[in-house]
Design a protein around this ligand. Structure first.
Ligand SMILES: Nc1ncnc2c1ncn2[C@@H]1O[C@H](COP(=O)(O)OP(=O)(O)OP(=O)(O)O)[C@@H](O)[C@H]1O
Ligand SMILES: [Mg+2]
Length: 280
């Protein structure tokens, strides 16, 4: 399901005394099944941008078309079925008294049968590494990581074609983060979901995304296959970002091991590359 963003401009409180231009002339095309990372400083417009993907925010100028649906149209039911967004700190949106009710909330509105709902809830739970034992618990009894997973399961249960996640692992410990990223990777692979992941961490984006969109002050500063973004660290440094730390380390190691590949962006890839050379 292609996403087509054309000349998108967005102003908060347009025309009011607190007017704030958050996005300026954004042009992005995304094809089915892509895994996109969006990175940028706080306030660069990442959350504003992704909220345009299911019509929560409407362009002040320009347009956003999702598989032929213009997000400016009134009836957004079909759009919301196709685009699932996990917001920043999604656990704040858990409000039902049981996990089961929370995950089924969106499904009930779709008028599915009880059996279908049950099936979808369980498979969504499994896809984030949880099981049925949690269904009758209150979301408020859960740990931070579990709450985050339940919130993600609620969106996954809708089986969106496009899954958008805004900082889904912020505030979790590294093992909780890796687990959630693992599940997102599987969803992308098994269902060919288009995934759009917003993150502050270049390390996380490097591990997951095939294409990286760097936002800066409400504009798209870079939009490139992920390898190309990190091989130009000076471009990133100009706006106060940096390549993954491991990339800098590999560049330094190249001065003593001239044969190594310095275009390495993840620790796993670095380990493999170094093992190869140490054996020699
Ligand atoms: N509801 C709002 N009303 C007015 N201005 C807003 C509102 N939400 C965001 N902004 C402003 O719009 C700009 C973009 O904010 P946005 O939340 O999209 O950035 P972000 O890249 O998601 O930041 P973060 O990394 O902190 O989540 C910022 O200058 C922000 O202050
Ligand atoms: Mg944000």
């Amino acid at each position: 399901m292609p996403i087509n963003i054309e000349g998108l401009k967005f102003t908060y409180s347009n025309g009011g005394p607190f007017e704030k231009n958050a996005l300026h002339d954004i042009n992005i095309d995304i094809q089915d099944g892509e895994f996109i990372g969006i990175i940028g400083h706080t306030g660069s417009g990442k959350s504003t941008l992704i909220q345009h993907l299911n019509g929560i925010l409407k362009p002040t100028a320009g347009r956003v078309i999702i598989n032929g649906i213009d997000t400016k149209q009134k009836d957004l039911k079909e759009l919301r079925r196709q685009v699932g967004i996990v917001f920043q700190y999604p656990e704040h949106q858990l409000f039902e008294d049981t996990v089961k009710k929370d995950i089924s909330f969106g499904l009930l509105k779709q008028g599915l049968s009880d059996e279908e709902i049950q099936q979808r809830v369980i498979s969504a739970l499994h896809s984030v590494g949880l099981d049925e034992s949690i269904l009758e618990k209150s979301p408020f009894e859960l740990s931070g990581g579990q709450k985050r997973r339940v919130a993600i399961a609620g969106v996954v249960a809708m089986m969106p074609k496009i899954l958008v996640l805004d900082e889904p692992t912020a505030g979790l410990d590294p093992s909780g983060r890796d687990e959630i990223f693992g599940y997102i990777k599987e969803l992308h692979r098994d269902f060919n979901m288009t995934v759009i992941l917003v993150s502050h961490s270049m390390e996380d984006i490097a591990k997951l995304a095939d294409r990286v969109i760097v936002m800066n002050e409400g504009t798209v500063y870079m939009d490139k296959p992920s390898g190309e973004v990190y091989t130009q660290p000076d471009q990133l440094e100009k706006i106060g970002l940096s390549a993954p730390q491991i990339t800098y380390l590999m560049k330094r190691l190249k001065t003593i091991l001239p044969d190594i590949d310095e275009n390495i962006f993840t620790v796993e890839a670095a380990v493999k590359e170094l093992q190869k050379h140490l054996k020699q």
